[in-house]
Each structure stands twice: as structure tokens, then as C-alpha cells.
Design a protein around this ligand. Structure first.
Ligand code: SF4
Ligand code: SF4
Length: 358
């Protein structure tokens, strides 16, 4: 199997502490021991040693959300996500991906997105306005929650910021998730970087795209000359500068920490500062890097019942602490928590929370 020495080292370094069994949100939802970093490492080790075939472990590889909860807690200090992503590339290149993964890749090839959807015509007026500030919302928001895209633009306009919705909204995140570091993923990243570079500044809405641009683009030598800033960072600066005038009240908001922000980008504070500017931070117990939600819309396409259970489990965490208004930082988590919200509970995106406090 053609994977790096680094990936092989991670596979072999497991110390069987079983911490990943307790904290994997997918494993917690399915109750299956195979849904852990340790079990995946064991399976990969057997393939490396010729004791089993790659196709035997391919389904389990795609049952990982890459949320990094195991990375955060693994006693080896290694990152299991590294070998999981390398395995995906091997699985795809060897033609042993599960049918539903092949189907999603084909849908992406045919339509440009794994959902097979067209962007809502309600966004047409937001493209090509000729401004210096671009808005990159990514494919999850574009195809699944266009109403949030409109709200971001509305909120920025209240601060006098006019943005141009980029025509290319594909960072390569979907191909990265489905196929790892393939030529196709890198080509999508290069095309995206070229689109970003037409602007001085680009505000990035979805943390999965922001993380890819900040980490993998650098690793792949994909040059981004435009200033890339996350929507949270941009909004907080507008609030601090007084350009976005918000009212401080006593409403309680609970942040659903997005795993890309807190684990990959090490940012636990920006959204909390935004919440503090309009209300009161009410915390869940599993917060910050310990967040245990792995809301993923691509996985929702092929294992919806499990992803639903993951979201329901997060609501149990919230309700245990009497948290009734969840504020999300990612369109995927917004969609999944909204679909599973118990009676009397509410989900808001960061921009929705700000709009109700202006
Ligand atoms: S990255 Fe997340 S989903 Fe994957 S094994 Fe680790 S904890 Fe589970
Ligand atoms: S947390 Fe790390 S060392 Fe412990 S069982 Fe899981 S993969 Fe192995």
C-alpha cells in the first residue's frame, strides 16, 4: 500500500489506551468499536502487513468525520486523520471505494458539487458586483442554506461593507474529504486560489474552507495572494471598530464550537467575543477543543441516521446544561442541529444572532 512513512508511523504508534473509543462522536452514535481511530489503525496495519485487503476497510475509513476529537485526546500525540486521508487516496486510486462514495464523486464530476444541486437564483444579484472584498461561502452554504448567505451579505451591508459573492465557491473541500490529496483536489484548490486572488480581501464563511486554505493550500504550495479572513474575525473587527453597531443585552447564547476552528485553527475565542458583544455566553460542558459534534453534510448524504444521532447527542449535551439557544459557526452544523432541535430550543448562525441584536 502506497502510504507515507509518517502515516505508517501513526498507524503503528497506537498504545491501546482506548481514549478514542470514548470521545469519537461517530463511535458514540453508532456504538460500533470499528468507529474509532484505534480500530482504523488496526485495520490499516493489517492491510500494510498483507493480512487483509484494502477494500475490507474502505467503508470504515469513510465513517470518520475528520473531526479531530481523537487527535485532541490521543496519548501518542500523533494525528490519526493523517493516515485516514492517505487511505482514502489509496482506496479511490485502487477502485475499492464504497458505491455511495463513487456515486458522490460522479455527482461532483457531473454537476460541480456532491449534492447535484444548482445554486439558488435568489443569490444571482450578489455575484460580480466589482468590489475589492470577496465573499467565499463554500458549497455547503451555497447549495443547502442560501438564506444564510443572504443574511451575511445583509449584515455586512449594515456595517457599510459591500461584498462580491465569488463565482467559484469550490475550495476543493469536498474532493479533499472524498479522495484526499489527489490531483483533482489540488486542481480544485489552484482554481479556487486563482479566483480568490482577484480580490484584495476575501471573507471566508465556512470553517472547513478556511482551514483548507490556511493549512493544506500552504502544504500543497497553492499560492493565495489575497488576504483571507474568517467571517468571525471580520465581524469581530467590525464590532470593535464601531462599524457594526450592536446592542448588548441579557440573552443567553451557547456556542457550538466548530471543530475546524477550535482544533485545526486553534481559535476558541473569536466567536465567544462576538457573543459577549450582544449577550451572555452560556457554556456547554464539552466546549472548545472538547466539542463532540461532527456535523458533516457529505456524510449526511451516505449515513444520515448516524449523523442525525450525532446532532441529537449534541442537543442532549446542550439540554443537560439548560442551553436553549445554540449559535453555530458552520453551515453544516447549522443544518443538522436545526433539523434535530428539540421543542423550545433554537439554532442561530453567528450572523443571525447579530442581526437580532442591531
Ligand atoms: S477524527 Fe473524529 S470521527 Fe474520526 S476517528 Fe477521530 S474522533 Fe472519530
Ligand atoms: S487514543 Fe490514540 S493511542 Fe489511544 S487507543 Fe485511540 S488511537 Fe490508540
Amino acid at each position: 500500500m502506497n502510504i507515507s512513512e509518517k502515516a505508517k508511523g501513526i498507524i503503528d504508534s497506537c498504545r491501546f489506551c482506548w481514549m478514542c473509543r470514548h470521545i469519537c462522536p461517530i463511535g458514540n452514535a453508532t456504538g460500533l468499536e470499528r468507529n474509532t481511530a484505534r480500530a482504523r489503525a488496526l485495520g490499516a496495519s493489517m492491510v500494510v502487513r498483507g493480512a487483509t485487503e484494502l477494500k475490507e476497510i474502505s467503508k470504515n475509513v469513510y465513517e470518520c468525520a475528520l473531526c479531530g476529537a481523537c487527535t485532541n485526546n490521543c496519548m501518542t500525540g500523533w494525528d490519526p486523520k493523517v493516515f485516514i486521508q492517505e487511505l482514502k487516496t489509496e482506496i479511490v486510486l485502487n477502485g475499492v471505494a464504497p458505491d455511495y462514495i463513487v456515486g458522490l464523486i460522479e455527482k461532483y464530476s457531473e454537476t460541480g458539487n456532491i449534492y447535484g444541486k444548482k445554486a439558488c437564483s435568489c443569490l444571482d444579484s450578489l455575484y460580480g458586483n466589482g468590489g475589492k472584498i470577496g465573499l467565499f461561502v463554500g458549497q455547503d452554504a451555497l447549495y443547502n442554506v442560501p438564506e444564510l448567505v443572504k443574511k451575511v451579505v445583509e449584515l455586512l451591508a449594515k456595517a457599510g461593507v459591500k461584498v462580491d459573492l465569488l463565482k467559484n465557491q469550490d475550495s476543493g473541500a469536498a474532493l479533499w474529504f472524498l479522495t484526499g490529496k489527489t490531483e483533482e483536489t489540488k486542481n480544485a484548490a489552484v482554481a479556487c486560489a486563482n479566483a480568490l486572488n482577484e480580490y484584495e480581501t476575501v471573507i471566508v464563511y465556512d470553517p472547513q474552507d478556511y482551514k483548507l486554505m490556511k493549512h493544506e493550500y500552504n502544504e500543497w504550495n497553492v499560492e493565495v495572494k489575497a488576504e483571507i479572513v474568517s467571517i468571525n474575525e471580520y465581524l469581530l473587527k467590525l464590532i470593535k471598530d464601531g462599524a457594526l453597531k450592536v446592542k448588548k443585552g441579557n440573552n443567553e447564547y451557547t456556542l457550538q464550537d466548530n471543530y475546524f476552528y477550535v482544533r485545526d485553527l486553534d481559535d476558541e475565542t473569536t466567536a465567544r467575543e462576538i457573543i459577549a458583544s450582544v449577550g451572555v455566553n452560556k457554556e456547554m460542558l464539552l466546549k472548545g477543543k472538547e466539542t463532540n459534534m461532527a456535523g458533516h453534510l457529505i456524510m449526511n448524504e451516505y449515513m444520515p441516521e448516524v449523523i442525525k444521532e450525532v446532532a441529537q447527542n449534541r442537543w442532549i449535551n446542550a439540554k443537560n446544561m439548560d442551553c436553549n439557544v445554540i449559535v453555530t459557526e458552520s453551515p453544516a452544523e447549522y443544518v443538522l442541529l436545526k433539523a434535530t432541535a428539540p421543542q423550545g430550543a433554537k439554532v442561530l448562525s453567528v450572523e443571525e444572532m447579530l442581526l437580532e441584536n442591531i
